[in-house]
Design a protein around this ligand. Structure first.
Ligand SMILES: [Zn+2]
Length: 387
């Protein structure tokens, strides 16, 4: 990594310009980007509805602070490009700043990254090296942000929550048997899993019905969502910091072979290290959010293959290794953890991974059924097959 003492504004500007060009190439639009004024007015115009969402999801009646925070975050910056959506951009900007603070603290240069959101419905997090410069574009699709939101909701709703005796702590179980007991008592959850994975496999998340997640599951949902988004962004920063190949696509492999696979593991380890440094979100620190993201993306790929071809047996893994292997390799990053914490984090990741595999075993036959019968209502059996 050569030392660069020139003013960095120039290359970052070039990177911003390149990001705009990439945005202009996107033709599968998910949303019409909202500018800051439109987004701020939308929040003001829906303040009663948002107040209800807030109180349902946090268990707190006081709404003023949180909405004002969002409003401030929205209005504090300008949008670098007319293709940016103000709300999505505010989310990503906030996370990107946290990642950059950690990197700067480690002496890693991140001042030549143009970070932003593509208003694209596909699931994509990507880092593009900007030609002829040391700069990069890190781009997260709007579809990816929505996916983190949908997946964290259905995951949080699936886990049993208990308030402890003093009512001051929430206990969340991710023991496979306990979770499946809950799933079997709530058959609509199986439909929720099928809907989320199936909708993204079809490429149309707008068909997923809106759901309010009640407290305390809403709290878990927010932690998962934060951990997933953070991991996705930090992974792409990892490719920049480690000066990996010229371009990286998280959704589709390009077939670069062993080198690309090694780079993926390195970016994963970097993302987990950054996540651990940032906040006290246990799902970020343990890698639980990473597991949910990696497995979730793989299930969508498999679901898409099933809907197209009737089988997922021939699924190819090119530059991106299998989720199982990526989850397993997260254990390599145990430095700085005491033995007990490292073991607890590992158990969390393994439980979650096993749990998701079993959920997939339950959802897969529904997808096969869907493929066989074409588009139409699906009869949901309420039991889960053992997996
Ligand atoms: Zn990658």
């Amino acid at each position: 990594m050569g030392a660069d003492i020139s003013p960095t504004g120039g290359e970052r500007e070039i990177a911003e310009d390149y990001r705009r060009q990439l945005q202009e190439r996107v033709n599968r639009r998910l949303i019409v980007p909202r500018d800051i004024r439109t987004a701020a007015e939308a929040i003001r115009g829906h303040s009663l509805f948002l107040a209800k969402v807030y109180s349902t999801t946090t268990g707190q009646p006081d709404v003023g602070g949180a909405l004002e925070d969002l409003q401030r975050e929205l209005e504090s910056g300008s949008l670098p490009s007319p293709h940016d959506d103000a709300l999505f951009h505010a989310i990503v900007r906030h996370l990107g700043r946290s990642v950059e603070q950690v990197c700067s603290g480690w002496g890693l240069p991140v001042d030549k990254i143009a970070l932003g959101v593509s208003s694209d419905g596909v699931l994509e997090a990507a880092r593009h090296a900007v030609p002829t410069t040391d700069a990069s574009v890190v781009s997260i699709s709007a579809g990816m942000i929505l996916f983190c939101s949908h997946l964290s909701k259905v995951m949080a709703l699936s886990l049993p929550h208990r308030m402890n005796v003093g009512q001051d702590r929430i206990e969340i179980s991710h023991e496979v048997d306990e979770v499946f007991e809950r799933l079997n008592q709530n058959p609509t959850l199986k439909k929720d899993w099928f809907e989320v994975l199936g909708a993204y496999a079809y490429g149309d998340p707008s068909v997923i019905p809106h759901r309010l997640v009640p407290f305390p599951a809403s709290y878990t949902c927010a932690l998962f969502r934060n951990a997933m988004e953070l991991f996705a962004i930090a992974h792409e920063y990892g490719h920049h910091v480690c000066r990996h190949g010229r371009s990286d696509e998280a959704s589709v492999g390009d077939g670069h072979g062993a080198q690309a696979v090694a780079e993926e593991f390195e970016a994963d380890r970097f993302a987990l290290a950054v996540s651990r440094q940032i906040d006290l979100d246990p799902f970020a620190a343990s890698g639980a959010g990473a597991v949910l993201l990696m497995k979730g993306l793989e299930f969508v790929r498999r679901a898409s293959e099933i809907l197209k071809t009737g089988t997922d047996d021939g699924l190819r893994y090119d530059s991106h290794p299998r989720a199982d292997e990526r989850v397993r390799r997260l254990a390599e990053l145990a430095s700085g953890l005491d033995q007990k914490t490292a073991a607890a984090f590992m158990a969390t990741r393994q439980n979650l991974s096993h749990l998701l595999d079993r959920i997939w075993v339950g959802v897969r036959p529904l997808l096969l059924d869907f493929h066989e019968h074409g588009i139409g209502p699906v009869e949901f059996d309420t039991g889960w097959r053992p997996g």
